[in-house]
Write a protein that binds this ligand. Structure first.
Ligand SMILES: [Zn+2]
Length: 54
């Protein structure tokens, strides 16, 4: 689990999920959250991309 930051400063957590072929980054709300994945930053709505997070 990695903690990364959106450009707006909102912390998001990254984990890697196995799709059966490749490991893909999944963005989640907090370290405790095993559920919902985020497609967009909950604070600013920016699309979450691993390369755009700090
Ligand atoms: Zn943001």
């Amino acid at each position: 689990m990695q903690k990364r930051f959106c450009a707006c400063g909102r912390a998001v957590y990254v984990r890697y999920g196995w799709t059966g072929a490749v490991w893909t980054p999944e963005f989640i709300f907090s370290a405790r959250d095993n559920g919902a994945r985020l497609a967009h930053c909950p604070a600013c709505g920016r699309s979450l991309e691993i390369d755009s997070l700090r």
